[in-house]
Design a protein around this ligand. Structure first.
Ligand SMILES: Cc1cc2nc3c(=O)[nH]c(=O)nc-3n(C[C@H](O)[C@H](O)[C@H](O)COP(=O)(O)OP(=O)(O)OC[C@H]3O[C@@H](n4cnc5c(N)ncnc54)[C@H](O)[C@@H]3O)c2cc1C
Length: 802
């Protein structure tokens, strides 16, 4: 066996094989796959082999499209068959909410270049005549849906990889992964030790065990899953063409033709996690015992939806395990806190996603960054707070909700509350309705007497509308307060702190006592973060950014570390409040003996507020006069009492994220992962105004940002006022101009201050200045929209800066 390699991929399922192939495709031939048994010896061999493009995340959907298109190419390269059946598929809608979701999906597909179609019951009858259409109001047809031969496809990836120079070692169990001092790895196998520069965990069902060999916990869990293959059915084998796929979310089933009969699988509510305490190494090419009790309700439902099933005999039952991450998306990329250790696991739909996972991982490893934003499957989207006790209920919830409608305002209940601040009980007592970010409870709004203490999930304006309006009004007319627990916070210190910041951030590093706003760029000029930097001393800075991006940011800081600057993640070591509104200064002044009248916009000060030593930043995401007040969590309740005692008589109200997201629209402020994400550049999003091209530092992304400045961006972010009715823009709605889709929305909502529906989105740069009248497609309806440039509140910034 070869004993050195650039990359050791552990696991020869469809995912490991795809990773190996993509590494060779991007030019690395000295790569090796280690498989403890034969290829496909985990979940892969017993998969139903179905594939589809639908995914709630647009970038995941694009990667699924890539995976499906790849199979033809793989067949051509290798001369092997993947057993492709491109039969198309229809997903049924039995209620308006589900249909609304399809309308929103269909709208997204317009700018993604996917040819899905909304179909009515009559068309469904023609597409899938065995379907009982009682109660069906429509469906979404995708011509790309189909299925393949799981084993043939995995072997085709493997052959293509071998053709590119890769080695595959089967019957080669990996026992240990030990890191050498230089960051490379000794991969200890039954056949000897392989010295590898990089290790990829593609261990599938055993990814937890493989991770543990390197001391890493991977948040994934196997679930049992069953599908049934029937005997021959005349209504199927007498057809001229193969029957397409039918997904019936109401029955939690997927169905397709298999030979002369049908194959139907279920995502049952009575589901069961498998191998809770670890996957046995003895498990291999075997199945779990049939369990009809678990799926009896689902089968009964399926008999009604597809009556031919009731008359069909059962030919075989496949019952096997496969893994899920807590949100159902794969875990891909460089593992935070590790050197040269990569994840390619948690892939629950290997035949829809495996190609995209392989491509992403290979691009990341070889080119330094993936070509598109892959946050939805980045292994760093979960932080160090994640545990098996959290993962298991979330995975069960995810399995149960596999076919559920996913609403933009939905807060999933499993594993909550998990992480809370000292304010949790106080705010709960004041009516807080909680959401969750990165495991942390965050108030969405405060319900008052008679208002629902639960926000009903909806694509339209929700029942939080009145509460949100009330909170917005209080902020604009008096003063509002909410927590700043959900900001990512970092301390940068040491003699090289300023120089390090100058190199990693594209913007200005502020002088002592001041703040600055800055984008952080990748070498290709993509946005990796939008930060506030505050300078607390010659060698001491604080950074704030998105809470959910902590592990991504720390990974990037670690990859670009300096010996002279210490970077610490203090996100949960600092909490506090922001107060915003015309009376915010008066409240602050009433809480401290220091004169705060000269605290200017973008100043940072250390102040004692009541009993509590705080860092106070004059900055505002509400667009109003505002202060962020940070303290240590042990002092947060004391700080609250001080601020509330001063604020309540002045009309202070607590406000939540719903109000915050409405307030920021008044000044068209973008938000992370909506307007600002690794899909976009600074110039496209307007963040280039914060880049300091004149600074004497070769910051990361400078060359790309300069090139874009010279050429001008191809698209630009603009804001629209939309003639909406009861549904506002959420994100990814297409923007139509003169009968063509020319852009898409990044986010939107209702400005309660202005009483207007607002959207933010991209237009081609050459059309953006014309401020054209456009149409935005919301839930299948064309809504007129106009580009607006003047903020809806405080257009000259006098209140925010004054
Ligand atoms: C009943 C059922 C139906 C399914 N239907 C579909 C479907 O229709 N469409 C779809 O897309 N997906 C489907 N899936 C899911 C699909 O099977 C998985 O997404 C996919 O197989 C995951 O592949 P993988 O390579 O990540 O993992 P696995 O297939 O589990 O492969 C992991 C490999 O790693 C090897 N390995 C582990 N540890 C070591 C070690 N220490 N040393 C060496 N080798 C090691 C294992 O032997 C194994 O071969 C289904 C799953 C089930 C259970």
């Amino acid at each position: 066996m070869q004993t050195t390699t650039r990359v050791a991929v552990i696991g020869g399922g469809v995912v490991g094989a795809s990773v190996l192939y993509h590494l060779t495709r991007l030019g690395w031939s000295d790569v090796m796959l280690l498989e403890r048994s034969e290829l496909t010896s985990g979940s892969t061999w017993h998969a139903a082999g179905g594939f589809h493009t639908l995914n709630g995340d647009t970038n995941m959907a694009a990667l699924q499209g890539y995976t499906i298109r790849l199979y033809k190419e793989l067949e051509e390269i290798t001369g092997m068959s993947c057993g492709l059946h491109h039969v198309g598929g229809v997903t049924l809608a039995d209620n308006q909410d589900r249909f609304d979701m399809m309308l929103a999906e269909r709208a997204k597909h317009r700018f993604m270049g996917l040819d899905t179609e909304i179909v009515g019951p009559e068309e469904i009858r023609k597409i899938a005549p065995i379907t009982n259409l009682d109660g069906i109001i429509g469906g979404l047809y995708d011509p790309l849906d189909g299925h393949l031969d799981p084993s043939g496809t995995t072997h085709a990836y493997a052959r293509a990889a071998r053709m590119g120079g890769a080695m595959i070692e089967t019957h080669c169990m990996v026992r240990e992964t030990n890191q050498r001092p230089d960051g490379t790895w000794n991969v200890v196998t039954d056949k000897g030790t392989v010295h590898a520069e990089h290790v990829v965990n593609a261990g599938g069902l055993w990814a937890r065990e493989v991770g543990a060999m390197a001391g890493v916990y991977f948040p994934l869990h196997p679930m049992e899953h069953q599908y049934i293959v029937t005997d021959a059915i005349p209504e199927i084998y007498e057809r001229d063409a193969e029957h397409p796929h039918v997904m019936d979310p109401a029955g939690e089933s997927y169905l397709r033709q298999e030979g002369r009969g049908l194959c139907i699988g279920f995502y049952e509510q009575t589901c069961a996690p498998w191998a809770v305490d670890g996957t046995p190494w003895s498990f291999g090419h075997e199945l779990l015992p049939d369990n009809f009790d678990k799926i009896s309700d689902s089968i009964e439902f399926a008999y009604k939806r597809f009556p031919v099933l009731e008359r069909a005999g059962i030919k075989s039952v496949i019952h096997g395990p496969f893994t899920f991450a807590p949100d159902g998306n794969p875990l891909v990329g460089p593992v935070p806190g590790m050197r040269n250790y990569w994840s390619a696991c948690g892939v629950m739909a290997g035949f829809s996603q495996g190609g995209g996972v392989g491509l992403t991982l290979a691009q990341w490893m070889i080119e330094g960054e993936p070509e598109r934003d892959v946050t939805a499957m980045d292994v760093a989207r979960f932080g160090p707070w994640i545990s098996p006790g959290y993962t298991r209920p979330k995975v069960i919830e995810n399995y149960q909700k596999r076919f559920s409608v996913a609403y933009p305002n939905e807060e999933l209940p499993a594993a909550r509350p998990n992480r809370t601040t000292p304010m949790y009980d106080i705010f709960t007592g004041m009516g807080a309705v909680w959401g969750k970010q990165y495991g942390l409870e965050v108030a969405n709004y405060f319900a008052q007497d008679g208002e629902p203490a639960y926000e009903t999930p909806s694509f339209r304006r929700s029942d939080a509308f009145a509460a949100t309006a009330r909170e917005v009004k209080a902020v604009r007319q008096a003063v509002g307060i909410n927590e700043v627990q959900n900001f990512g916070k970092y301390r940068v210190s040491g003699p090289g702190a300023r120089a390090w910041l100058d190199g990693i951030m594209a913007g200005r590093v502020p002088d002592e006592g001041r703040l600055s706003l800055t984008p952080m760029l990748s070498p290709r000029g993509k946005l990796l973060g939008d930060f506030t930097i505050s300078c607390l001393g010659a060698e001491l800075f604080h950074l704030t950014a998105s809470y959910g991006a902590q592990a991504c940011h720390m990974r990037w800081f670690g990859q670009n570390a300096s010996d002279d600057a210490l970077v610490e993640n203090i996100s949960d070591q600092l909490t506090g409040f922001q107060i915003a509104g015309p009376k915010a200064r008066e409240v602050l002044a009433a809480c401290t003996r220091t004169d705060v009248s000269d605290v200017r916009f973008l100043d940072v000060r250390r102040l004692t507020i009541g009993m509590t030593d705080c860092i106070v930043q004059r900055v505002s995401y509400t667009g109003d006069l505002g202060y962020e007040i940070y303290c240590d969590p042990m002092s947060q309740r004391a700080l609250w009492q001080t601020l509330w005692a001063a604020g309540e008589p002045r009309g202070m109200v607590p406000f939540g994220m719903r109000a915050m997201m409405s307030l920021r629209l008044d000044r068209f402020f973008g938000s992370w992962m909506s307007e600002f994400s690794p899909d976009y550049t600074a110039a496209e999003t307007g963040l280039d105004r914060f880049i300091r091209f004149g600074k004497n530092a070769d910051f990361i992304g400078r060359a790309a940002a300069e090139a874009e400045r010279a050429a001008g961006p191809a698209r630009r972010l603009v804001s629209f006022e939309v003639d909406a009715e009861d549904a506002d823009v959420h994100g990814y709605e297409p923007v139509w101009l003169e009968g063509e889709v020319v852009g898409f929305c990044t986010s939107g909502g209702y400005s309660h201050h202005a009483g207007k529906s607002i959207a933010i989105g991209f237009l081609p740069a050459d059309r953006a200045d014309e401020a054209p009248e456009v149409q935005i497609e919301i839930l299948g309806k064309m809504r007129s929209a106009r580009v607006i440039t003047e903020p809806l509140f405080d257009p000259d910034g006098s209140r925010m800066r004054g």
